[in-house]
Design a protein around this ligand. Structure first.
Ligand code: NAD
Length: 486
C-alpha cells in the first residue's frame, strides 16, 4: 500500500512515520528543501517510540521517498494525506492538483484543524473522495483521528477510510455533523482562551496553568475524559445530581469564555517570557523526547488496563498479529523466514542489550507465525486443539541493541501428525549474524482431554509440505546439544 504525504511539516512528518512503521510505502511532496531532514528527525523519534507501544512484531518498515512533484507523489497512491499550511486557498489549489493525478480509488484526507469538509470540497472534481482526517501531534503516538466526511462522501468511502486508519493504529472519531474546528479543537480553544485571560490578568503564569492541568484534571481527562469523570463527581447519585449541583456555576461570572484578550505584543511577550522561564532549559527536540517517553509510559499503563487509548493499542496488536504474512513465499532449500521486526526499547536491560526473556518471546512470536502458516489460526485453537510446547533449548550467540532490525527462520527437523520438532534461528538483519537459536519440540494436544492426538489432516499436510522444503538441509549444528556443550 502506498501513502502520499502532501506537506511534510510537523503533522505530515508524523503521518509519514505512522504509515511507514505500519509497513506502508510513503512518498512525500513538499517544496521545502529541508523536508528530508525534517522527516528524518521525526522518523527517528517515531521509530524509537511507536514500536515501544506494540507487544507483537511490527511489520517491516515501508520505503520512504521524496517526489519531485505533487503529481509524481500521488501517482499510484491508495491514501493521500494533505498537511499543507492552514490556508483555504492553498488547500484548494493542492486538492485540485491531487485529484487531477491521484488514482480514482485514492481517498484524500486533510489534516485541517479548522476547515469543514464542505469548505475543502468546494469546486473539487471529486468531492466524494475528500474528507477531514484530523490527527493530533505527535501523530505517530496519539491514536485519535477526527473523521469529518460530510454529505458528499458515501457511507462506503467513510467505512473504507475508517478501516484504513484503523489499520495504522488510529482510532477514528466520526464527526457526524460538520462544525468549524471539529470536536477536540473546540475544547482546546476554550481552555486556551481562558488561560490567556489568566495570564493577562496576572492570575497565573504559564507554568502554574500547566501545573493545574498536569497534576490534576489532565490526568483524569487522559483516561476518562470529561463526562465519565463528572459522572464520578456526582457520586452514587450520578450525573443528573452532578449537573444540578454544579450546573448553576456556569452562569456565575467564573469564566470569560467567549471573549478573547487582544493578543498585542505586550501579551505575546509576557507569555513567551514566562514560557522561556518555564521550559527554556530544554531544546525543542529534547522536549519532544520527554513528551514521547511520557506518552509511551502513560499509554502502556492504559494498555495493561485495556482502557481508553490502551484498548486501541491492544486492538492494533491483534491486527498486527494477523498481518504477519501467511502467504509469504517459501524458498526451497533454506530455512523458512518467519518474523522481520526490530528490537523494542522496552526489551533492553541494564547493560544496554536485549534482555534474556525477550529472545524467548521472539521465538514464541515466531512459532505463532509458523502455526498460522500451516492454517492453525485462532479458530483452530477455538475448536479445541493446539500445539503445546514440551521442551526447548535456547542458545545465545551475540548481543543485539535497541531498534536493531532482526529476522527469524525456522527449520523443521521432524514433523508427523502428533509431533513437531523445529529449530529457530534469530539473525541481525544488517549483517545476517546469528544472535540466538531455539530448539523446540511441540506436541499436538486435544485441550479438552489433555491427551496428545493427531493434528487435523489439512494442517498436517501443510506442515509436511513445509518440512519437505527443508529436506535437503543439513541437520542444524546445535540440535540435541545439552547445556554446556558447544
Ligand atoms: N501543528 C499541529 O499541532 C496540528 C495538529 C493537527 C492538525 N494540524 C493541521 O495540519 C496542517 C499542517 O500543519 P503543520 O503544523 O504540519 O504545518 P507546518 O508548517 O509544520 O507544515 C506545513 C508544510 O507544508 C509545506 N507546504 C506548503 N505548501 C505546500 C504545497 N503546495 N505542497 C506541498 N507542501 C506544501 C510546507 O513547506 C511545510 O513543510 C494544517 O492544516 C494544520 O491545521 C496541525
Amino acid at each position: 500500500m502506498k501513502a502520499a504525504i502532501i506537506g511534510g511539516g510537523v503533522i505530515g512528518g508524523g503521518w509519514a512515520a505512522r504509515f511507514l512503521l505500519h509497513g506502508w510505502d510513503v512518498v512525500v511532496s513538499d517544496p521545502n528543501p529541508k523536508v528530508a531532514t525534517q522527516i528524518d528527525e521525526i522518523l527517528a523519534n517515531a521509530g524509537q517510540w511507536l514500536p515501544a507501544l506494540a507487544d507483537v512484531p511490527m511489520p517491516p518498515r515501508g520505503t520512504l521517498s521524496f517526489a519531485a512533484s505533487l503529481a509524481e507523489a500521488v501517482s499510484g497512491a491508495d491514501w493521500v494525506q494533505e498537511s499543507v499550511p492552514e490556508d483555504l486557498s492553498i488547500k484548494h489549489k493542492v486538492i485540485a492538483e491531487i485529484q487531477a493525478h491521484a488514482p480514482a480509488h485514492a481517498i484524500l484526507g486533510s489534516s485541517t484543524s479548522g476547515f469543514k469538509p464542505s469548505q475543502l470540497q468546494e469546486g473539487a472534481s471529486k468531492p466524494g473522495q475528500i474528507m477531514v482526517a484530523h490527527p493530533f501531534n505527535p501523530v505517530y503516538l496519539l491514536p485519535l483521528v477526527e473523521v469529518v466526511a460530510g454529505d458528499a462522501c458515501s457511507d462506503d468511502v467513510k467505512a473504507q477510510a475508517c478501516d484504513l486508519l484503523k489499520s495504522i493504529g488510529m482510532e477514528p472519531l466520526i464527526v457526524r455533523n460538520e462544525i468549524d474546528a471539529h470536536i477536540a479543537d473546540r475544547f482546546l480553544e476554550a481552555c486556551w482562551r481562558e488561560a490567556l485571560w489568566l495570564i493577562k490578568d496576572d492570575i497565573a503564569t504559564t507554568e502554574e496553568i500547566d501545573n493545574a492541568i498536569r497534576y490534576g484534571f489532565g490526568l483524569r481527562w487522559g483516561q476518562m475524559g470529561l463526562f465519565e469523570t463528572y459522572r464520578l463527581a456526582g457520586g452514587e447519585e450520578g450525573m443528573a445530581h452532578f449537573i444540578r449541583q454544579f450546573g448553576p456555576c456556569l452562569s456565575w461570572p467564573w469564566t470569560k469564555l467567549m471573549d478573547v484578550p487582544e493578543l498585542d505584543e505586550e501579551l505575546v511577550q509576557k507569555i513567551a517570557t514566562q514560557s522561556d522561564a518555564q521550559s527554556g532549559q530544554y531544546g525543542i527536540r529534547e522536549l519532544e523526547g520527554i513528551r514521547d517517553r511520557n506518552l509511551v509510559g502513560m499509554l502502556r499503563s492504559l494498555k495493561e488496563r485495556d482502557w481508553g487509548a490502551g484498548r486501541v493499542l491492544n486492538e492494533n496488536d491483534k491486527r498486527l498479529a494477523q498481518m504477519v504474512s501467511e502467504a509469504a513465499v517459501v524458498d526451497e532449500g533454506v530455512p523458512t523466514r518467519l518474523l522481520e521486526s526490530t528490537v523494542l526499547p522496552a526489551w533492553i536491560d541494564y547493560n544496554g542489550h536485549m534482555t534474556e526473556f525477550r529472545y524467548v518471546q521472539v521465538f514464541s512470536d515466531s512459532s505463532e507465525v509458523l502455526f498460522r502458516r500451516v492454517g492453525m489460526h485462532a479458530e483452530y485453537v477455538a475448536s479445541g486443539f493446539s500445539y503445546y510446547t514440551a521442551e526447548t533449548h535456547n542458545q545465545f550467540y551475540d548481543e543485539v541493541g535497541v531498534n536493531e532490525a532482526y529476522y527469524t527462520t525456522v527449520q523443521i527437523v521432524l514433523a508427523d501428525a502428533k509431533r513437531l520438532h523445529v529449530f529457530y534461528r534469530m539473525h541481525a538483519a544488517s549483517d545476517d549474524r546469528l544472535l540466538a537459536t531455539l530448539e523446540a519440540m511441540y506436541l499436538h494436544v486435544d485441550m479438552k482431554s489433555g491427551k496428545v492426538v493427531a493434528a487435523k489432516p489439512d494442517a498436517v499436510k501443510k506442515l509436511l509440505a513445509l518440512a519437505a522444503t527443508h529436506a535437503d538441509l543439513s541437520k542444524p549444528e546445535a540440535v540435541g546439544r545439552f547445556v554446556g556443550q558447544r
